[in-house]
Design a protein around this ligand. Sequence first.
Ligand code: ATR
Length: 287
Amino acid sequence: MESQITGNTKVICLIGNPVEHTISPTLHNNISRLLGEDLIYTAFRVEPGELENAVKGLKALNVVGFNVTVPYKNDIIPFLDELSTEAKLIGAVNTVKNVNGRLIGFNTDAEGFSMSFKEETGIPFTGKSIAVIGAGGAARAVAVKTALEGAGKITVINRTLTKAEDIADIINNNIREIAASCTPEENAFRRILEDSDIIINTTSLGMFPKVETSPLDFPFKFNKDQILYDVVYNPAKTLFLRQGEQAGCKTVNGLGMLFYQGAKAYEIWTEKSLSHDLVISIFRDFP
Ligand code: ATR
């Protein structure tokens, strides 16, 4: 069905800076077209210092909701009326729903990660030892989500130790005492890698164009039962994932996380549940 914008068409958008390379408009407009929803999704670059005005404008225009991307996932919080429990713990919001003029913040990156991991591995986090490399926004979402879903042990490894400690504290103080932190100093890093069932790269190391970089800057032989997840999806197989594949490990890239965070946001805005087949078909046909 060809979509037609009319006076009834409702608006959803993305705010961030930059936004020009995002796939979100294509993803969400494809979903709306397939479902026959009268919604249009567009992207706005918001300049530094204009975030509050942008949010007030979106509220005044009564949009259905919006996504928030870099660099505003934390900065948006003071301008919202309420946060989901997960968004509060993670300290970052990527999805906002307008409920009768009240702006409610969610973090669907966490759910997107969890859904894509389970879709592609069939394995739950319950009782697992998990190593999270990096301590930025993606690491917070991933670490908190695995803790909420029953991980047995989580170690956050980051060159800036205080940021890794902050994530471990959030988990230990609010969920369960299962988290530790360290720097990527070779001996300690090796021991953590050897002891982990699931190893997740949340840094940009290995991302295009620096495809020959990896979060491991020393030779390491994974064990075939370990699962490697990389939030990077360009290239589809980072050096980190290739290192795992050579050892026979199951490896997963971040493309599924990107799709599922979008699908989850769409469900929050429209209160409709997207069928698994629909999400998979959009995922498969994506250019
Ligand atoms: P995001 O919100 O996407 O997670 P981010 O907040 O910029 O992005 O976080 C990126 C993480 O990758 C950070 O933990 C960063 O380390 P620092 O906290 O020390 O800055 C880590 N990272 C990025 N580039 C790195 C590099 N070249 N070597 C090691 N760690 C790196």
